[in-house]
Design a protein. Structure first.
Length: 135
């Protein structure tokens, strides 16, 4: 049986403000902050939503050890490590499991084709990671 690939996660919106959207990842202590992906993206505190996450890496590295994590565990993602789920070489993006599935734009000078499904990768995140509700 082939596993179903998903690029969304179900999260709990804990707060919304001009600083962004804070979500709790079920089964973890993570309270992550994101900017809305579009001006019309509506979020309501206390609501569970399916969402798609996007970020831009500053520089991506293959990691040899460690687990999947986002630092800090509260706030905007800064340092991220996770496993590649899929790559989109045309868009130069990698879908990685980094506590939630997240589309990562690969930085200039690197290519999504450098990473394969299952690779463990580590990177710093550019400010402005986004969340988009998926209906």
């Amino acid at each position: 049986m082939t596993p179903v690939l998903t690029d969304t996660a179900r999260v709990l919106v804990t707060s919304t403000s001009s600083d962004g959207i804070v979500v709790k990842v079920p089964g973890t202590q993570y309270q992550l902050s994101f900017l809305p992906h579009c001006p019309t993206c509506a979020f309501v505190a206390g609501e569970r939503v399916h969402a798609r996450f996007r970020a831009t890496a500053l520089k991506m590295h293959h990691a040899k050890a460690g687990g999947i994590f986002v630092e800090p565990s509260e706030g905007h993602p800064r340092i991220v490590q996770g496993r590649v789920i899929a790559t989109d070489t045309r868009a130069n993006m990698v879908l990685a499991d980094v506590v939630v599935p997240m589309w990562i734009t690969v930085p200039q000078g690197q290519a999504a084709s450098e990473f394969a499904t299952g690779d463990l990768l580590n990177f710093y995140v550019q400010s402005g990671s986004t969340i988009e509700p998926v209906h």
